[in-house]
Design a protein around this ligand. Structure first.
Ligand code: 13P
Length: 339
């Protein structure tokens, strides 16, 4: 199979108009923080047990087309000896892998961040592919302040995303390009729109310069919402601002936009996605690639106990189904009360 055919087959498996992506790729530090909230120690086994429970939820593939895994998970087997990537694939959920190596301050641009991990990326991708990964994710992070992101921050982060995406496509791995504009702060929805437009414009210029084929990648952006320390906006307003900014800066060739949840509440993330899809005049599929907004209730229900696995799986399936309905514009908050 030619590389582009391989990439196209993966895009087709991920993008079908009714399913989204489960982000289960928390780094060791982040998953330890999440486990801490339920009083569970993060060990190789507890991480495996939790993530195996998510992937084994019966019917997950009805609502979820892909799962982003952390490197450790890709090599792990479930308690009954099945590779977790294979457990996902058997559910018609395409396994993917987070390939960035975390972030730190960007020297020369106070307040901005930069992500690490380009060295040796092609070799790592070849190994991940052998283990079953068909797509990858790389996240750049943009804090919002009166001075951030700086012009240097915009350019440097876009360059990283484009170099990563070009290497992925050369290796036959579909890149998810994730420029995350952080929710932290008391900025307005207008300021969030302004920053997201700057970010997306810069990222798509860099993708073009690096020869990335837009039809064979996915975008994972933040929604345009007010900062976490500002009053929440109504879903209709979020949808209008988000679509206006996306239309101004994201080419129609991109097949799918899979939003991150970024600290939005579970119901908020579903209601906003629903409002986006109700407007329904976008050239791209509008879907989700949620981490917290899919996993939070499942994590709380599990609480580290094997006897709670069925309850945790039920909680995950509920959020997955409600976000699938939001993709169809059929979500409504009264569905939250049903089991
Ligand atoms: P959240 O939906 O919790 O923001 O996670 C998505 C993700 O993959 C962040 O990189």
């Amino acid at each position: 199979m030619a590389v582009w055919e391989e990439l196209q087959a993966t895009v087709d498996a991920l993008v079908d108009g009714r399913r989204g992506i489960l982000a289960a790729d928390e780094s060791s530090g982040t998953i330890a923080k999440r486990f801490n909230t339920i009083g569970v120690e993060s060990t190789e086994q507890s991480r495996r047990d939790y993530r195996a429970a998510l992937l084994e939820a019966k019917g997950l593939g009805d609502f979820i087309s892909g799962v982003i895994l952390f490197e450790e998970t890709l090599g792990q087997c479930s308690a009954n000896g099945k590779l977790l990537a294979q457990v996902a694939a058997n559910q018609k959920v395409v396994p993917g892998i987070k390939v960035d190596k975390g972030k730190g301050p960007l020297a020369g641009a106070a307040g901005d961040m930069i992500t690490y991990g380009l060295d040796g990326l092609a070799e790592r991708l070849r190994e991940y592919k052998k283990q079953g990964a068909r797509f990858a994710k790389w996240r750049e992070v943009y804090p919002v302040s009166p001075h951030n992101p700086t012009e240097l921050g915009l350019q440097a982060n876009a360059e990283m995303l484009a170099r990563y995406a070009a290497v992925c496509q050369a290796e036959g791995v579909v890149p998810i390009v994730e420029p995350e504009v952080l929710m932290d702060g008391d900025h307005s929805i207008e300021r969030c729109a302004e920053v997201n437009e700057q970010v997306w414009h810069t990222v798509f210029h860099a993708l073009y310069r690096h020869g990335v084929t837009l039809e064979l990648m996915l975008l994972k952006p933040s929604m345009v919402i007010p900062g976490a320390q500002s009053a929440r906006a109504e879903p209709q307003q979020v949808a209008e601002y988000t679509l206006r900014s996306l239309r101004r800066s994201v080419p129609a060739a991109v097949p799918s936009i899979n939003f991150l949840s970024g600290g939005q509440g579970n119901e908020e993330a579903s209601a906003n996605l629903n409002a986006l899809n109700k407007i329904n005049n976008a050239p791209w599929q509008l879907s989700f690639s949620y981490g917290r907004a899919l996993q939070q209730p499942a994590l709380a229900a599990w609480a580290g106990r094997s006897e709670n696995i069925a309850k945790a799986q039920g909680a995950l399936l509920k959020r997955a189904r409600l976000n699938h309905l939001a993709m169809l514009g059929q979500y409504c908050s009264s569905l939250e009360r049903e089991s």
